[in-house]
Design a protein around this ligand. Structure first.
Ligand code: MOS
Length: 769
């Protein structure tokens, strides 16, 4: 049988705007989210968190709290059993924060857990937590990198040892100094918090001392299992992590946070299943955040608007222990044809928990700086913003000199401009009025990389015409269940209602988490690899089966498409997988496979420096391709010149993302991306009291996110795009792309409306006036 024969194979349900397979379960309440799961004997945990940001605990008085009815235990650093290892002692800690609270009397950030009450009811635990009296010896905390006490340092590596804090290409400073046009600006990004509808939740269930099941709101069950195994000193196979449904995560559920292990330790100590759900307020100090940051971008250009240099620096706040910072520079390095580039990161330690990836980490704030400065330069030179982007169009990736695996950005620009009516835009800022309000139009480019990833899946095809497909992936709510049902249906030639796709359990084959936009592409690849294994087995049965039209054929001469096997040379000769399986008397057949995605897939199929089979000349492609999705956002705003309020009145987003697995869920995802981009652009911000290093608005009353009334008509389209290098199906992944460039598109539209340049997010009325 040919390998990888599915590439560009016909599809039937893939791509269709199919309704969510989990929709009915969700709207009827049948779907159980982690916090809704109970097992017999479940009791409730509630965290008490520190009011100071730095210092030590001098005493904890639990006398009054212990008198509440049904208290099982009140844990503090004095009586909570210690884990086998703390994150610091784990050789390769896989999560963001390496500091575990409640190990000693130290307090390092406000909102740090200092006690954990376990009680028979949530109400009793909540009340008892309020009655615990903690006294502290407080020290003056450091609030942020703005704090005069803070010291900026070079982190060397900015993200789990992966990314360099200095990247230089060409001769950026010299090129900038010699440029005809020099533009320098500083951009501020507020702290953003992950506020998914479903807060973080853990239900820890021990069976004896060596079997643990954790129901966790996790974007990555394998990561949670591995982190727990490390901390508990237990083999992975004794720990099961289950996440069947997630109510959003934005990245925070893709890392491991203290509440999970604290709950697990408490459950073991009280010998009962313990459920703990972070309160909405605790979500602001319990699961990371997008760090506060400032970027300075020097942009050098020719007089006709061609970029010659980008010199980028970033300053941000990090925790007392870790060096995570978003890699904003990545997108500056590759988005345009710019020969000279550098980025430098500096961090300062402050009393704040470790920040973490959130909604297009790096690309979202990085594109705000790049796309705003470019708009400025365009305006300065009297070049249309769309035109300046075309003049700087990168026909290959300048960051690594590789050809693109595919790129449809020009089509996105053209189609977006057409849908939006860009040609009707008045280029002169502040000229366009609708009654009292100023109207403005802005645009920006979007891009997100295809990260390399791999995973496994299992496919079990039953002779009665249904199939069970399994992969330990997760569904953030964006549609993994649905799109993988579609992929499975086409792989086996079955209607989607005959597929049961299972995910969210470490007992299933290991799959990547939902993060970095890799889930759809990787899991789809794995399913195709597992389906191929099934095809192989059934083809072997067919060629040995006298009753099969394929009897005595060579397996290598047989191809499978949409569940039907046939002779490549005589496609009429063949039959379905089910026909062969049915005659065999075997009730079912199982296959498994590992699917690669991104650069990994390319290496597997084309070799590291292999011939490019899609290239007629069969040239060597050195090191393969650069893989990115691209898109363009177009935004219309109305600005009230007296109040400074900004209303977004129209939005168009056109994207090239390879194969769209489900037009409906993909459109929803890109729409959602624009919406949370608008949240970061106009609303999302916490304020820390610099004296206490505490958030003053850590709840959804004070931390604003867009509601329906804030969101205009959003038009999303995908341009047709075929990419042979990404994975079996040419899927690029769309989890984060929709947000990239959104803040700049908004700021650029506000500039067009008012003539005022917005360089600080969120763009609140005080900044507009
Ligand atoms: Mo995403 S921020 O990679 O969950």
């Amino acid at each position: 049988m040919e390998t990888n024969q599915t590439k560009n194979a016909p599809t039937n349900v893939v791509g269709k705007p199919m309704d969510r397979v989990d929709g009915p379960a969700k709207v009827t309440g049948a779907a159980r989210y982690s916090a809704e799961i109970s097992v017999p004997g479940t009791v409730y945990g509630v965290l008490k968190t520190s009011t100071i940001a730095k210092g030590r605990i001098t005493s904890i008085d639990t006398t009054r709290a212990a008198k509440e009815p049904g208290i099982l235990n009140i844990f503090t650093h004095q009586n909570l059993p210690k884990p086998a290892k703390t994150p610091k002692q784990v050789e390769k800690w896989r999560a963001a924060q390496s500091y575990l609270p409640m190990q000693d009397d130290q307090v390092q950030y406000a909102g740090q857990p200092v006690a954990l009450v376990v009680a028979a009811t949530l109400e009793a635990a909540t009340q008892a937590a309020a009655l615990i009296q903690v006294t502290y010896q407080a020290e003056a905390p450091i609030d942020s990198f703005h704090d005069p006490k803070a010291e900026l340092f070079d982190p060397q590596k900015i993200q789990q040892g992966k990314k360099d804090s200095h990247v230089v290409r060409g001769n950026p400073q010299q090129a900038y100094d010699g440029a005809a046009i020099k533009h320098e600006a500083t951009y501020v990004h507020a702290i953003n918090h992950h506020s998914p509808m479903e807060p973080a939740a853990t239900l820890a269930v021990w069976e004896g001392a060596d079997k643990l099941t954790v129901y966790e709101s996790s974007q990555n069950v394998t990561m949670h299992q591995g982190a727990l195994a490390d901390l508990l000193g237990m083999p992975r196979e004794q720990i099961r992590v289950v996440t069947k449904y997630i109510g959003g995560g934005f990245g925070c559920k893709g890392s491991f946070w203290p509440h999970t292990i604290l709950t697990v330790l408490a459950a073991k100590a009280v010998n009962r299943p313990v459920k703990l759900v972070l309160t909405r307020q605790q979500m602001f100090t319990g699961v990371g955040h997008r760090e506060d940051q400032e970027q300075t971008l020097k942009m050098g250009a020719t007089a006709d608007g061609k970029l010659v240099s980008l010199v980028h620096t970033k300053r941000a706040t990090t925790s007392p222990w870790d060096n995570y910072t978003e890699s904003n520079g990545k997108i500056l390095d590759m988005l345009y044809a710019c020969p000279n580039y550098s980025t430098t990161y500096e961090l300062a330690r402050a009393n704040v928990m470790t920040s973490v990836w959130m909604r297009a980490p790096g690309e979202a704030p990085g594109s705000f700086a790049l796309e705003s400065s470019l708009d400025d330069v365009a305006n300065q030179l009297g070049i249309d913003p769309l035109e300046i982007r075309l003049r700087n169009y990168a026909d290959h990736d300048y960051s690594n000199n590789k050809p693109w695996s595919s790129k449809s950005l020009k089509q996105c620009y053209t189609r977006g401009a057409e849908l939006f009516g860009w040609d009707k835009r008045n280029a002169k800022p502040g000229q366009n009025r609708k009654g009292r309000v100023l109207v403005g139009h802005g645009m920006a480019t979007a891009s997100y990389p295809v990260h390399s990833s791999q995973g496994t899946a299992r496919v079990r095809l039953f002779a009665d015409g249904h199939a069970v497909v399994e992969a330990g992936a997760t569904d953030l709510g964006t549609g993994t269940y649905t799109v993988m049902t579609q992929v499975s249906a086409d792989a086996l030639g079955l209607p989607p209602e005959k597929i049961r796709f299972e995910l969210g359990d470490t007992r299933l084959p290991t799959a990547p988490g939902s993060g970095g936009s890799v889930a759809a592409g990787t899991v789809a690849s794995s399913i195709m690899a597992a389906a191929e294994d099934v095809w192989d087995k059934v083809v072997k049965m067919a060629v040995a089966d006298k009753k099969s039209p394929l009897y005595k054929a060579k397996p290598a001469d047989v191809k499978v498409e949409l569940g039907r096997m046939f002779l490549i040379k005589d496609p009429k000769k063949g039959e379905t997988l089910l026909a062969t399986l049915g005659r065999s008397g075997q009730p079912d057949i199982e296959g498994s496979g590992t699917g690669k995605y991104g650069a990994g897939y390319e290496e597997k199929n084309f070799g590291q420096n292999g011939a490019d089979e899609n290239n007629d000349k069969k040239e060597k492609v050195s090191g393969g391709h650069s893989m990115h999705s691209f898109g363009a956002h177009f935004c219309e705003v109305e600005v009230d010149p007296d109040l400074g309020t900004v209303r977004i009145t129209r939005w168009v987003g056109v994207h090239g993302v390879g194969t769209v697995l489900n037009l409906k869920t993909a459109t929803s995802q890109m729409t959602g991306g624009a919406i949370y981009g608008i949240g970061a652009a106009l609303m999302e911000d916490t304020f820390r009291d610099p004296n206490y290093a505490r958030y003053t608005n850590a709840d959804l009353a004070g931390y604003h996110v867009p509601v329906n009334a804030d969101i205009p008509d959003i038009k999303v389209e995908f341009v047709p795009e075929t990419d042979p290098y990404i994975n079996y199906l040419g899927v690029k992944g769309i989890g984060e792309l929709g947000m990239v460039g959104v803040a700049a598109a908004v700021g650029n539209a506000i500039f067009n409306a008012t003539g005022r340049r917005m360089r600080s997010l969120p763009i609140t009325p005080d900044k507009v006036l």
